[in-house]
Ligand binder design. Structure first.
Ligand code: NAG
Ligand code: ZN
Length: 399
């Protein structure tokens, strides 16, 4: 059809095609499926292993972990052991760099970013877009003995809980797709965890004394090429959404929305908070909703300069960012921020566990896992797929 002969009606047709085309383009990166009420109610809450003194998952992170010190090595080891034993299907990687710091007396300090990811079986590395959950695991040099419980030991634990809670649902979903005769090569959704190193300044926050790990990883991933003909050119463009958790674990957080292009994902979290709370599945008491900008339009959202954090080197390279940090005008960061009081005892554990459930729900919606998560005693198996699920899966093949 040539545009020279195009009347108004035909132009409308063009717009329709353009619109449909855009929709199709958006789907691989932004598929998102709400969880049913039953699934929400059955999402697992962290229990004994989040105990701050004895909990096998959480307590090992609650120690000073300044880069280059034994505590830091121990926490890194803890992450690796957790993924190797609890999530053996995940790939683990380290991205290492060194840098001098204002207090290292000319010596190089090692920084190690911890990377873990899981892609659908049989997919090529460069063809999968990964929901990427991020927190920093280093702790601040001062004050001496600083724990950094909200900054960011608790966010690391929340992410670990979310990943172990959806992992077997990923198996089930992918097995069900294969059983339906679908080509998993068309399944572009993977998931990734980044525990970044060297976020904290050693002396005073500047562009060179901060974000050591994030700057190194973003630079490395921008230049590292995926195999030729890949859907995504670099590991950086393989990040479908960079969700950064920081300063979480204090009571009644205020989470703002900073980026118009990811405001829809922010709103999804706000909706999940509301649904989970009305189902009684959040235990912390909070007078106000955590996601204070949920009712705003995306064009009312802006990053008034933004908060400097690990997302910046990624944002600068065009990665889509969702920044979950407890900060509000007039209130600022939580009162324990960067003080000796940011320790395990000052955490609000109901809030820490609520965050863990909320992030589980978000990851499950992003990965479209409704129907594949265990409903308590009712464990679903691939052969139990009901018709509506089969239809839904078939529909997805057509896209
Ligand atoms: C990076 O550092 C980690 C932890 O020290 C180590 O296990 C790993 O082998 C290093 N990787 C490379 C490529 O040097
Ligand atoms: Zn900090």
């Amino acid at each position: 059809m040539s545009t020279a002969y195009c009347d108004l009606r035909c132009l409308r047709g063009h717009f329709l095609y353009l619109y449909l085309g855009l929709l199709l383009l958006l789907i691989p990166g932004e598929a998102y499926e709400k969880l049913s009420e039953d699934t929400l109610k059955a999402l697992p809450r962290p229990s004994q292993d989040f105990d701050i003194h004895t909990g096998a998952l959480f307590s090992p992170i609650l120690q000073p972990r300044v880069p280059g010190t034994p505590g830091h090595t121990a926490v890194l080891e803890h992450f690796a052991t957790f993924f190797r034993t609890t999530l053996p299907e995940w790939q683990i990687d380290f991205q290492n760099s060194t840098s001098k710091t204002p207090v290292s007396h000319g010596k190089d300090v090692p920084f190690v970013n911890f990377i873990a990811y899981r892609d659908p079986p049989g997919t090529a590395k460069g063809d999968v877009g990964r929901l990427t959950l991020v927190a920093h695991y280093d702790s601040k040099l001062e004050p001496e003995g600083f724990i950094g419980a909200i900054d960011s030991a608790a966010p690391c634990a929340m992410i670990m809980h979310a990943m172990r809670s959806i992992d077997s649902a990923l198996d089930k979903k992918w097995a069900a797709m294969e059983a339906e005769g679908m080509d998993l090569l068309d399944e572009h959704h993977g998931i990734q965890v980044l525990f970044l190193d060297g976020e904290e300044a050693f002396k005073e926050w500047t562009s060179t004394d901060s974000l050591y790990g994030a700057r190194s990883l973003a630079e490395h991933w921008e230049t590292q090429m995926n195999p030729a003909m890949s859907t995504f050119k670099t590991p950086l463009s393989s990040i479908s959404l960079f969700v950064l958790l920081d300063l979480l674990g204090a009571k009644s957080p205020n989470i703002q929305s900073y980026y118009p292009t990811t405001h829809w994902a922010y709103q999804s979290l706000g909706a999940l908070e509301k649904r989970l709370r009305s189902l009684g599945h959040l235990k912390s008491t909070s007078t106000d909703p955590w996601f204070i900008d949920t009712s705003k339009d995306s064009h009312q959202v802006m990053a008034f300069g933004g908060i400097q954090d690990d997302h910046l080197p990624f944002l600068a390279r065009g990665v889509e960012i969702l920044h979950l940090i407890d900060f509000a005008p007039f209130k600022g960061f939580p009162s324990v921020w960067h003080t000796a009081d940011d320790d395990a005892e000052h955490l609000d554990m109901d809030t820490v566990k609520d965050w863990s459930v909320l992030m589980t729900a978000f990851a499950a919606e992003w990965m479209e896992l409704d129907g594949f998560l265990d409903h308590g005693d009712k464990v679903r198996r691939e052969e139990d797929l009901d018709e509506s699920e089969a239809i839904r899966l078939n529909k997805k093949t057509e896209l």
